[in-house]
Design a protein around this ligand. Structure first.
Ligand code: FAD
Length: 337
């Protein structure tokens, strides 16, 4: 295992922030984690990095960056309805979605083209187009730094919620996820009701959906709406969609009759953060190299040489103006380091 020093992370985060890590190593085997735990000469502060598509790097990282590169896909078992597949946490998420589709395994096709690694998918319970990854996860396996062993975390132990899981709370910084076991469906249950999937399928001339056609539709919609991080630095949705009490929503509706909402429980509703941000006039805003994307107000962008600090300050101003106007506090979805 090679430990490198003073390494630029610019190529390893989709915002393209040029900060340095004091120490850096690539993890290709779970066994390396035991060796790192036992090596007292290495920094105690560790940062686990996957595809870097959900992090905002605001400063140099004083510690050891562990870049997850654990690969491998293994079929575990199957029955008439399902197949269980264990996937190395360093596999690219979209590649795994395409692999599943090629094998006619259903359940994650709506999550095509989400950037990042398989190992990060459970952390914020990635979701898109009416599907969340939690519904396809059987078990998450990870190296527990304090217990010094690999442990399984079964689905019902992961406290999955909207862009949330136990790995963001009790187990934050305590576990390096090494693999995820998925339970995928042999008989697909199509989910085409969300967003523009049905319209896109029609445009494609598809009358009988297949999981491959749904993934193609999702890819087409996402490519037309979201900025490609290879072209403009970004980390997708910067904020979560806030959940507010239904009573607050009704009051807001009196002043803002067009405020949209989605059902979220019996006495709460979810409001699209992008709409709130747009109403505050931020859509398309640019100051130097930092800005709010012109097509999607939920996405903050780095047009070139913005610093993480400048993106953070912009996000702070957005939080303030949205709070002043709507009395709603936006929560950042992106992990800030
Ligand atoms: C253009 C764009 C579109 C996006 N669209 C969506 C979307 O539709 N839905 C959605 O949910 N997300 C979306 N995202 C966010 C992002 O793709 C996901 O959150 C993704 O799962 C992050 O994966 P990653 O490997 O890049 O994680 P990283 O950014 O590397 O890490 C994110 C966090 O997870 C931790 N982490 C990563 N890997 C591990 C591991 N193996 N063990 C322990 N901790 C780990 C890191 O320490 C960090 O705290 C989008 C991002 C972009 C840039």
């Amino acid at each position: 295992m090679q430990i490198l020093q003073n390494i630029s992370l610019k190529a390893y985060n989709t915002f393209g922030m040029d900060v340095h890590a004091d120490y850096y190593t690539a993890i290709t085997q779970p066994e390396q984690l035991a060796a790192i735990t036992a090596d007292a000469s290495l920094p105690a502060k560790r940062f686990v990095l996957g595809g870097g598509s959900n992090v905002l790097l605001t400063q140099s990282l004083h510690g050891l960056v562990l870049h997850n590169k654990i690969k491998g896909i293994e079929k575990i078992k199957e029955d008439d309805e399902h197949i269980w597949v264990s996937v190395g946490a360093g596999e690219v998420w979209h590649d795994f979605v395409m692999y599943a589709i090629a094998n006619h395994w259903a359940g994650i096709e709506n999550l095509a083209l989400i950037p990042g690694t398989v190992g990060a998918a459970p952390i914020q319970n990635i979701g898109a187009y009416g599907v969340e990854v939690k519904d396809a996860i059987d078990c998450v396996t990870g190296w527990h730094w304090d217990m010094k062993q690999l442990l399984p975390f079964y689905n019902d132990e992961c406290a999955f919620g909207y862009r949330d899981s136990i790995f963001k709370h009790q187990l934050k910084d305590k576990v390096f996820i090494t693999s995820v076991t998925f339970r995928l469906n042999k008989k697909p249950k199509y989910n085409t009701s969300y967003g523009a999937i049905e319209q896109e399928l029609q445009k494609m001339g598809v009358t009988e959906p297949t999981i491959a056609a749904i993934a193609d539709a999702v890819i087409a919609i996402r490519s037309s709406k979201l900025p490609n991080p290879r072209e403009i630095g970004n980390a997708g949705s910067f904020f979560k969609n806030p959940t507010i009490p239904a009573t607050q929503y009704e009051t807001l509706k009196e002043t803002f009759p067009t405020i949209p909402s989605y059902p979220a429980g019996e006495e709460t509703v979810k409001v699209p953060a992008g709409w709130l941000i747009e109403q505050c006039g931020w859509k398309g805003f640019r100051a130097g190299d930092v800005g709010v994307h012109e097509k999607q107000a939920l996405v903050l962008v780095n047009y070139g040489n913005a610093t993480g600090g400048a993106v953070w300050d912009l996000s702070d101003n957005i939080v303030k103006t949205v709070h002043d106007k709507f009395h709603i506090t936006l929560e950042r979805e992106v992990q800030v380091w």
